[in-house]
Write a protein that binds this ligand. Structure first.
Ligand code: DX5
Ligand code: ZN
Length: 226
């Protein structure tokens, strides 16, 4: 079972490696794992869908065997269909696409799931939850972007807590949240209903194990798990 399918009513937190030191990637991930990370969030950017360029399937193929954590790929790219087979081949466990960049979403989600990964949609801050109503049966999770995709280190957009609440009224699918998640915002998103928290700069601004642990503890407390 995948990360999201087996989540139940649990909470999981993971680092976004966009903020990590890429010269020591496996180590940076290991440090976050020591701090309680349950997955690794992998941001692919193409300088078209977003004005930034990051990493792709070649790096994913190196990272997957270097960590015991499931790798969760977030494709902020135009034409994600071109890259999904290579990410599946790399062994990532979940893939989210931005529906704003996809013409045939049903087909794209089907390709991800037939390849053995969990499928998600990542919603830009102004993309309405209703845009994905008809995709819900084909999804394993929903990623709420709480910043505009493209860069780490941005501030959490507060209205995204209401968006998480709205999505929870529509579906039981687990909600992942990405962007501006830190020790100050983690409780808010968990209280709104998010179950998977991605944190980049908040984890790698200091000692990754300590900073990850801080967010995990806050999230678990907000969920009433401790
Ligand atoms: C933003 C990426 C995020 C980013 C989060 O486009 O999708 O995953 O790395 O970074 P922070 O946690 O610093 O906002
Ligand atoms: Zn991301």
């Amino acid at each position: 079972m995948g990360l999201f399918s087996k989540l139940g009513d649990g909470i999981v937190c993971g680092p976004s490696i966009l903020a990590a030191d890429f010269a020591h990637l496996a180590d940076e991930v290991r440090r976050a794992e020591e701090g309680g990370a349950g997955f690794v969030h992998f941001d692919a950017m193409d300088n078209h869908f977003v004005p930034n360029l990051s990493i792709g399937p070649v790096v994913a193929a190196s990272l997957v065997p270097a960590t015991g954590l499931p790798v969760d790929a977030h494709l902020m790219v135009e034409n994600p269909d071109n890259l999904i087979p290579a990410f599946l081949e790399a062994g990532v466990k979940s893939i989210s696409v931005q529906p704003e960049a996809v013409t045939h979403l049903h087909r794209t989600l089907d390709v991800i799931r037939s390849g053995g990964a969990e499928a998600g949609v990542a919603l830009n801050p102004t993309t309405p939850p209703e845009a994905i109503s008809w995709a819900l049966p084909y999804l394993n999770f929903i990623l709420v972007m709480s910043v505009n995709p493209g860069f780490g280190g941005q501030s959490f957009i507060p209205e995204m807590a209401d968006k998480i609440r709205r999505l929870k009224e529509m579906t039981d699918l687990p909600i992942e949240v990405d962007g501006g998640v830190n020790a100050d915002t983690a409780a808010t998103v968990v209280e709104a209903g998010a179950q998977a928290l991605v944190a980049g700069s908040a984890v790698y601004k200091g000692d990754p194990a300590t900073e990850m642990r801080r967010i995990v503890d806050i999230a678990q407390r907000a969920a009433g798990k401790v």
